[in-house]
Design a protein around this ligand. Structure first.
Ligand code: SF4
Length: 369
């Protein structure tokens, strides 16, 4: 790799002219930075914006978020996908209240020690919220850096990313470290895009190795992705006489931690038999199952097809009431975290709008920024 490129001056001048007006950049605060960084993991800016606004109205600061229940937090996240992020953000907020008296720590190591905060998020928050001279390398940053330095090694390999991070760090100016990090992210999102980078308008084109050698479109190199695992499941909506539906909180596997219909993975058996067994498993005496149709949902690593059934529940008795199973009416469905996949299965089982405000919220697999 070549030596230091002197990126700060042209990049920051461009950022001052071209940066987008985003809600977390208005009256910025460490809390806004933290929430936005969690939301932007795996999800594009346009999708995040309205969720961010609503989330901040619902939980205006860290203590408010820490004081909320997990259900309230996942409900506010509902439809944004990747629910582990919501649970981790909530845990991090509680840890900040317990360990740091409700004030987000400025130190990268202390941030890294919070639940759910990895090296990227710790560096991004330390730089953006507190001006720490560090470099946050996410997928966007790795792409931009691989092109700038003409790196043809796979950016999925940790050693390559670490080398790119070191190169990036050497470019970060002490005075505007946060803006420099945001400028790299902004360049990756709007100019140095995955396909068809706009080198003609790029403020760094005169310093870019990939541009000089005509390799921009071929970089970065990535390790081929493994194929998604194809999964078939059966699920069943148990509906009681009052129109309430039984949801269970999944303990592990697909959608762990979220509320879903009783669901069982199929291994060649009849979907109706499996759905009936799943219903029995949660302690419901079921009548005749009615097949309602199939739902397909593509997750990051799995391509899931669900056969959906519906049944009148003969009894509201369930085996435990310890918070893992709940009968919910339509309004209550909106108050718990219901994933896009579960919203789809509920629509097929119950009709078009089982979750108020939930229609059309299927965005689980979008790219970051
Ligand atoms: Fe990316 Fe092209 Fe700019 Fe290089 S010149 S950083 S490839 S947009």
């Amino acid at each position: 790799m070549s030596a230091r490129l002197g990126l700060a001056r042209p990049l920051l001048a461009w950022y001052d002219r071209a940066r987008r007006d985003l809600p977390w950049r208005r009256a910025p605060s460490p809390y806004k930075t933290l929430v936005s960084e969690f939301m932007l993991q795996q999800t594009v800016v346009a999708t995040v914006e309205p969720y961010f606004q609503r989330f901040l109205e619902r939980f205006p600061d860290l203590p408010a978020l820490a004081a909320a229940s997990e259900d309230e937090v996942t409900a506010a996240w509902s439809g944004l996908g990747y629910y582990a992020r919501a649970r981790n953000l909530h845990k991090a907020a509680r840890a900040v209240v317990e360990r740091h008296a409700g004030e987000l720590p400025a130190d990268e190591e202390a941030l890294r020690a919070l639940p759910g905060i990895g090296p990227y998020t710790a560096a991004a928050v330390a730089a953006i919220a507190f001006g720490a001279r560090t470099f946050a390398l996410d997928g966007n940053g790795a792409r931009v850096a691989a092109r700038l330095w003409g790196v043809h090694d796979s950016i999925d390999v940790p050693a390559t990313r670490e080398a790119l991070r070191a190169r990036g760090l050497a470019e970060v100016p002490a005075a505007r470290a946060g803006d420099f990090n945001q400028a790299v992210m902004e360049l990756g999102a709007t100019v140095c895009t995955p396909r068809a980078p706009k080198c003609g308008v790029c403020p760094l084109s005169s310093k870019c190795r990939a541009h000089a050698t005509g390799a921009a479109a071929r970089l970065p190199v990535r390790t081929p992705k493994r194929k998604k695992v194809v999964v078939r499941v059966a699920c069943c909506a148990c509906v009681d006489g009052a129109g309430r539906v039984l949801l269970v909180r999944r303990q592990a596997g697909l959608l762990a931690g979220t509320w879903a219909l009783p669901t069982v993975e199929l291994d060649g058996e009849d979907a109706g038999d499996a759905a009936r067994a799943a219903v029995r498993e949660v302690g419901v005496r079921a009548g005749r199952l009615v097949a309602r149709g199939a739902v397909r949902h593509v997750f990051t690593h799995r391509d899931v097809t669900a056969e959906v059934f519906r049944v009148r529940a003969a009894a509201r008795r369930v085996r435990d009431g310890q918070g893992a199973r709940r009968w919910l009416g339509p309004e209550e469905l909106a108050s718990v975290g219901v994933s896009s996949f579960t919203q789809k299965t509920l629509r097929v089982a119950l009709g078009p709008h089982p979750v108020p405000g939930g229609a059309g919220l299927s965005r689980g697999t979008e790219r970051r920024r």
